[in-house]
Design a protein around this ligand. Structure first.
Ligand code: GMT
Length: 376
């Protein structure tokens, strides 16, 4: 099939999932056209992969550049000239409404282009439910040829926040397991924990929803009880404040901000524990990536995290904001070598449930279903 994929090209989970999905489909012989404003960070060269940049001109009349319109025109252009069979848009805002608009323009020219919308999280739980977006999001979800959500929790949230009548299929996020196995690197580990300290790691986009303050607070409690270090990977609006705050703290020497990384698993795999303190997380791809490296997870129980991390098997879950319980959980896992080894094994085993090989056929079958509806 010839498939157009629209996503955010940045480090966020939705962009990573969309790009890895496109790359996997390309390996299976499909032709993939990524359509977005910058080359997706995880995109690699492949004869079946094409990238189309959406370039918004800087006209002085516009205080706000009309990205959605330029994207729509690009979708129409690529659909016609690459002969797309379908569009798969990731993250509803503004991709679903742009896809619908492109579909209407093409229909007026006698061309059928079905589109699938995949909901990822904040497009529903935070931004999308804002009244300034809600009617457009509801409409474009209703008009999508299929809608998928990355977890049961996100599906429930969608029905809670939107007056939606249509069905939503849950297709969980995935990982290419082979990329993660056996990545631990002793020399890297020694660099970050030269005296054999326990190594905790957090990966995020440093937005308020991630509650990174809680990561720092729980780390303070842990490091008071055992030699430990904390690595913070990623960047975002909260980073500068947190970094300055951290410089005043007694744990300053033990905390390192590493910034954005295209392959965070290279570091995560050499750590002892992954920490995620989010207010809510539709799925928690970063936690799954850690588990795939055999790194157990201590996290909150917001949103879809309990669907990814099994309490007592691949990690421990606690209520949002309960920093003390999160610290106790970390110490319970890290304080005993045999317990840690059991959680490590549990994490690796559980990650297998989300292997690409299990999830990819579900998308392919949905594509066929949607295409068949158009041809019927
Ligand atoms: O907020 C983020 O972490 C970024 C956001 C995105 O769209 O990239 O992540 C959301 O989608 C990911 C991929 O499906 C999920 O793994 C994240 O849990 C989800 N984030 C939230 O729900 C906060």
């Amino acid at each position: 099939m010839r498939i157009g994929i629209v996503c955010y090209p940045t480090f966020g989970g939705s962009g990573v999932v969309a790009t890895e999905l496109g790359m996997a489909l390309a390996h299976k012989g499909h032709t993939i056209h990524f359509i977005t404003y910058d080359q997706p960070v995880r995109m690699r060269a492949h004869p079946n992969v094409f990238y189309h940049e959406v370039r918004v001109s800087d006209y002085p009349l516009f205080d706000y550049q009309p990205y959605e319109l330029v994207l729509t025109s690009k979708l129409v252009d690529v659909a016609k000239f690459a002969g797309l069979d379908l569009l798969h848009v990731h993250y509803a805002i503004p991709h679903a409404s742009a896809a619908w608009m492109a579909q209407q323009i093409l229909a007026a020219q006698g061309i059928a282009l079905p589109f699938i919308t995949t909901l990822h999280g904040t497009d529903i739980t935070l931004v999308g439910r804002d009244p300034s977006f809600e009617p457009v999001i509801t409409f474009s979800m209703e008009r999508s040829d299929a809608v998928t959500a990355v977890s049961e929790s996100l599906k429930r949230d969608t029905y809670t926040h939107f007056p939606l009548r249509r069905g939503i299929e849950v297709i969980p996020n995935f990982i290419c397991l082979q990329q993660y196995i056996g990545r631990a690197d002793e020399s890297l580990r020694r660099r970050y924990a030269p005296n054999g300290e326990k190594l905790l790691v957090h990966v995020s986009n440093f937005r308020p929803v991630k509650r990174v303050d809680d990561v720092l607070a729980m780390f303070e409690l842990v490091s008071a009880r055992m030699p430990a270090r904390l690595l913070l990977i990623g960047d975002g609006p909260e980073r500068q404040r947190l970094e300055s705050q951290c410089r005043q703290a007694s744990t300053c020497e033990s905390v390192q901000f590493l910034g954005k990384m295209t392959q965070p698993e290279e570091v995560v795999a050499s750590c002892d524990l992954f920490v995620l303190t989010s207010e809510t997380e539709s799925f928690g791809l970063a936690a799954l990536e850690a588990m795939a490296c055999g790194v157990p997870v201590v996290c909150t129980d917001g949103g879809g995290l309990p669907e990814v991390v099994e309490h007592g098997v691949s990690g421990l879950l606690n209520h949002v904001g309960d920093v003390r319980a999160l610290a106790e959980a970390a110490m319970a896992i890290l304080g005993d070598e045999s317990v840690h080894a059991r959680y490590r094994a549990g994490a690796s085993l559980q990650a297998r449930r989300f292997d690409l090989e299990q999830v990819l056929p579900r998308y392919e079958s949905l594509y066929q279903q949607v295409r068949a509806q158009v041809n019927a």
